[in-house]
Design a protein around this ligand. Structure first.
Ligand SMILES: Cc1cc2nc3c(=O)[nH]c(=O)nc-3n(C[C@H](O)[C@H](O)[C@H](O)COP(=O)(O)OP(=O)(O)OC[C@H]3O[C@@H](n4cnc5c(N)ncnc54)[C@H](O)[C@@H]3O)c2cc1C
Length: 436
């Protein structure tokens, strides 16, 4: 265990500012004329114009289903025409011209594909290997996430499991050192039965497939990480994961982990449960806890309102961020019983964890930072340059499967109160690093 919490709170603000300013200074500036610059302009435009955003998200959603270029541009034209946005209306002047349709369709189709490719490293494991091994060579670790449609049948769950197994084996074949093979899995993709009304059916449905993947991961020396999904499935996902990892056959491998969502009001109690389990279940590879804020905020708020419940999530951004910091400190204090992954693109959240870990003498063996490929590339490069351990979460899948993922990431990226939006719009670093 690292030193226990001192009576007098540590003064972290100065080191947080130093670490954050250093990281910000290491982030590459956008070049004056480049596709990155064009995309940045596009992001700025989308942030300012919610109607245009909504129109383009609808377009991105239908893009894979468009059979012909004419079909594609007709959809784009209709979505833009429906939008109450001056920019969108101006754009219909172009999309409505018959002669412009064919070239425009090619550009729009390629644009969406290019955007999706920013977030997705390949269509399958083989296709993704060049990009993944490039990251490895650059000192960045990875975790692969296989994208797919919602699993609605046992056959689809079997297909997902087989894709996971193939990916584990393909990565193991390319790995050059231990610890490189790392896969993130979703329990909802391992069974069609994960429903809040009957959690035990979901647990039993996913159990044999997750167990199989744990055996394959152990065989090839991989790490298997179980992602966290919406709140109503948390109990089932946690129970299944901890139950399987309690089996004697998995005590000495594989390395495995789970996710803690700081936007949940009861996340401190969930952490109590995870730490108590880790304490009484000694493992050769420490249990990894990835701390995130949570990706289903809108869903949780809407679902709670529909049912007349109090939302399970914080509704004040600052409270969520303060909780993230409190949980970061508790997790760092719990090393080396657990290994900690701080998964965020927020410079303040990252710098806070780094400053606390430094003060506690906790280094790369027990703590790493994680980012989403495409969203956190600059952050990843800056963290890696300071010698801290960083891992990129790399989605793999075809274009159709990538669309839902792309839309979620775009919404996240351009939401007004997101850190990345504030950063992209040029907010001062000192302000970004202020205590929440
Ligand atoms: C490597 C990696 C793995 C991930 N795995 C998972 C996973 O398994 N499960 C999962 O759920 N998420 C996962 N995420 C996504 C994560 O939960 C966040 O959605 C995302 O990282 C944005 O948070 P941030 O700290 O980067 O950005 P910030 O801009 O600092 O925070 C944005 C987040 O704040 C929260 N928020 C937004 N509005 C409010 C509000 N009004 N009140 C309170 N809170 C609010 C939301 O959680 C939102 O995502 C992962 C992220 C990474 C980087």
């Amino acid at each position: 265990m690292a030193a226990t919490t001192q009576e007098r709170p540590l003064d972290l603000e100065r080191p947080i500012k130093e670490i954050g300013t250093d990281l910000a200074a290491r982030m590459p500036r956008p070049r004056l004329v480049s596709t990155a610059r064009v995309e940045q302009r596009m992001t700025e435009l989308l942030m300012k114009d919610p109607a245009l955003r909504a129109a383009l998200f609808r377009f991105v959603d239908v893009r894979p289903a468009c059979a012909t270029p004419a079909d594609l541009i007709r959809h784009l034209h209709e979505f833009l025409a429906d939008a109450e946005s001056k920019t969108a209306q101006r754009a219909t002047g172009i999309t409505g011209r018959p002669l412009a349709r064919r070239p425009l369709a090619a550009v729009a189709g390629a644009g969406v594909k290019r955007m999706a490719q920013q977030f997705i490293v390949g269509e399958d494991a083989k296709d993704a290997l060049p990009e993944i091994t490039k990251l490895w060579r650059g000192g960045v670790e990875t975790t692969v996430d296989l994208l797919g449609e919602a699993t609605v049948s046992e056959t689809e769950a079997d297909v997902y499991m087989r894709r996971c197994e193939e990916t584990l084996r393909a990565l193991a074949g390319a790995a050059t050192k231990p610890g490189q093979v790392n896969l993130s899995v979703k329990v909802s993709a391992l069974t069609p039965l994960l429903r809040p009304t009957a959690p035990e059916r979901g647990i039993e449905g996913a159990r044999p497939r997750l167990e199989h993947l744990l055996r394959v991961a152990k065989e090839v020396g991989a790490h298997l990480h179980v992602d966290m999904e919406s709140f109503d499935t948390r109990e089932a996902i946690t129970a299944l994961t901890l139950d399987l990892l309690s089996q004697p056959e998995f005590a000495d491998g594989p390395s495995a982990g789970i996710v803690l969502q700081a936007y949940l009001v009861d996340s401190p109690e969930h952490l109590d449960e995870l730490l108590a389990w880790a304490e009484r279940t000694p493992r050769t590879h420490p249990f990894v806890i990835r701390l995130v804020k949570g990706a289903y905020w809108d869903h949780e708020v809407v679902q709670a309102a529909q049912n007349g419940w109090a939302p399970p999530v914080f509704t004040d951004r600052r409270e969520c961020d303060r909780n993230f910091e409190a949980l970061s400190r508790r997790l760092i204090d719990a090393t080396p019983t657990v290994k900690v992954a701080i998964a965020s693109h927020n410079l303040r959240s990252i710098s806070h964890a780094a400053a606390y870990a430094d003060a506690r003498g906790v280094g790369n063996d027990d703590l790493e930072f994680q980012i989403l490929r495409g969203l956190g590339d600059d952050t990843q490069a800056a963290i890696a340059a300071t010698g801290r351990q960083v891992r990129a979460y790399c989605p793999v899948g075809d274009l159709v499967a990538g669309m839902a993922y792309l839309v979620r990431r775009l919404l996240e990226n351009t939401a007004n109160d997101s850190f990345l939006a504030a950063h992209a719009s040029g907010t001062d670093t000192a302000e970004l690093l202020e205590a929440p």
